[in-house]
Design a protein around this ligand. Sequence first.
Ligand SMILES: *[C@@H]1O[C@H](CO)[C@@H](O)[C@H](O)[C@H]1NC(C)=O
Ligand SMILES: *[C@@H]1O[C@H](CO)[C@@H](O)[C@H](O)[C@H]1NC(C)=O
Ligand SMILES: *[C@@H]1O[C@H](CO)[C@@H](O)[C@H](O)[C@H]1NC(C)=O
Length: 269
Amino acid sequence: MKSLFIFAFFSAISIAAASTAYPSIPGLDSGDCSLTGDETNLVPPRREVYDDGRLFDITHRFVPEMPVWDSKEGLGHFLWLADSMKNGSRANGSAMKLGVHTGTHVDAPGHFYDNYFDAGFDVDTLDIGLLNGLVLLVDVPRDNNITAEVMKSLYIPKGVRRVLFRTLNTDRKLMFKKEFDTSYVGFMEDGAKWLVENTDIKLVGVDYLSVAAYVHSVQSHLVFLESREIILVEGLKLDGVPAGIYSLNCLPLRLVGSEASPIRCILNR
Ligand SMILES: *[C@@H]1O[C@H](CO)[C@@H](O)[C@H](O)[C@H]1NC(C)=O
Ligand SMILES: *[C@@H]1O[C@H](CO)[C@@H](O)[C@H](O)[C@H]1NC(C)=O
Ligand SMILES: *[C@@H]1O[C@H](CO)[C@@H](O)[C@H](O)[C@H]1NC(C)=O
């Protein structure tokens, strides 16, 4: 009975949104490129969707114009050619310098709890099992931050462990704007509390640089990270992906001693 209800719930969501066309991503002329051209005109493919719509890349590209927390300047120069063939090196070798909370990334419990940080709860200790598995992509009402009221209204069934919340941030294309915008939508403290107390959700994904609304950036993180059971994936690219149920694959780097890491996430239908 219960599983029947869950099935009906997910079906309704996917049917409702299945007709949305995949929109263009800034910086790309066409979403469908393949490896073409001859030796003098090499054109590499850049894709958002792979394998005839089976795989969606929900990770943002790292580019100098991407937004970073509390900055007007964006990421800026972060990648350079340390060894260059044009300068006589045997191969090209790039190097980078990047904040670990840049772009699509994951937070570990040490991000807001100093005692967890000291005890070693870094990204290397995150549960890969939780970062990979069935996930629900839901649309949140666009007129509010994620409050307890909003969480209640989503009717996310018990048993659902992973949810990606798509908000007004995606409509506003905030992750494609260089200047950090404090008016982004995120969890208010009561919304985070409601999720912790009333659902089985252990992986929370959002579409801007923080799960927490700017005005509650500390409070909401504290609520989520206290149990060390919830994983927060931030800055996801959820543009044009139909709402519904998917298999999620997210893999962070094994950065020992770091409370966050860039992460590559894909959705598999
Ligand atoms: C090596 O780097 C140069 C820039 O110095 C670049 O123009 C060239 O395409 C690179 N070659 C390869 C094989 O990536
Ligand atoms: C090559 O070396 C010159 C001189 O050191 C430097 O000015 C230039 O930026 C280098 N170019 C690349 C692509 O590394
Ligand atoms: C969400 O909260 C931020 C402050 O953190 C506020 O600026 C913004 O207007 C709110 N968004 C909505 C849709 O209520």
